[in-house]
Design a protein around this ligand. Structure first.
Ligand SMILES: C[S@@+](CC[C@H](N)C(=O)[O-])C[C@H]1O[C@@H](n2cnc3c(N)ncnc32)[C@H](O)[C@@H]1O
Length: 244
């Protein structure tokens, strides 16, 4: 089963994806996103694949009207439980492929490599189209992934570490002419081994930019981090921003 539709994957592997470091970066990321996109108070923002709402919540605290959408029910339940204002963010539990909203949002964001997870490239284009349609004219969509260039720069086939009482083993392989990343994740905790193998699609800066242009976005900018630095050998992430 594709990980998108495997609720137990997101529950079981949350511990690997959202460690303390990652969580502690969220507030700074939000400050940088607001600056990079020049988001004003009372703007309408869609948080695509919002998870349990870590970005949505900080954005709402900055007086931005946020809607978060995510397919994983337990994440959305947690997001609703943890929000401090019951009106903002608004959370929707649904597949991004089913998003059908027109000309509503000033901004959309897709954070932490949630682009490339869908079953096929066609689905990825459908999702991109859905977000495009949900934006107002002039609206901006920010996508944050580990670009293919950075994946190759930093590639390690095997990664092994211990974090507290958790032993983690990660194995990676590049497949299909550098279009897919095969990941095998294992961790051992409380006498139980957890393991999953899954493929995700990988994009270079120009491949993702071309896809975003192809949907109809008028301009596309490429950055190497949320502060707006250049995408080069020192980049931290691949950030692509399309303007409708
Ligand atoms: C790596 S997590 C990132 C979550 C969030 N953006 C963050 O940074 O905390 C990827 C998220 O994508 C969601 N997701 C995967 N497939 C989806 C789909 N088809 N529609 C909506 N959400 C999806 C998962 O449930 C998960 O919460």
């Amino acid at each position: 089963m594709n990980i998108c539709y495997d609720e137990s994957f997101w529950e079981e592997f949350e511990i690997l994806m959202f460690d303390r470091n990652r969580m502690s970066e969220t507030e700074t990321d939000v400050i940088n996103i607001i600056k990079l996109l020049n988001i004003k108070k009372d703007s309408e923002l869609l948080d695509v694949c919002c998870g349990f709402g870590r970005y949505s919540n900080f954005l709402a605290e900055n007086k931005i009207n946020v809607t978060g959408i995510d397919i994983t029910k337990s994440y959305i339940d947690r997001a609703i439980k943890e929000r401090t204002n019951s009106n903002n963010p608004n959370f929707i539990q649904d597949d991004i492929l089913k998003l059908d909203i027109r000309n509503k949002y000033d901004f959309a964001i897709n954070m932490f490599t949630s682009f490339g997870l869908l079953e096929s490239e066609d689905d990825e284009i459908t999702a991109l189209n859905n977000v495009y349609n949900s934006l107002k004219s002039g609206g901006k969509y920010l996508i944050d992934i580990q670009g293919k260039e950075l994946l190759c720069r930093d590639f390690e086939k095997y990664i092994w570490f211990e974090s507290g009482d958790t032993k983690v083993f990660l194995e990676y392989e590049i497949l299909e002419s550098f279009t897919l990343l095969k990941s095998r994740w294992l961790y051992y905790k409380d006498n139980t081994m957890h393991e999953r193998t899954f493929n995700t699609r990988i994009y270079s800066a120009l491949e993702l930019a071309a896809m975003v242009y192809g949907i109809g976005f008028k301009t596309v900018e490429i950055y190497g981090d949320l502060e707006g630095n250049e995408y080069n050998m020192n980049a931290k992430r691949l950030i692509v921003v399309g303007t409708k």
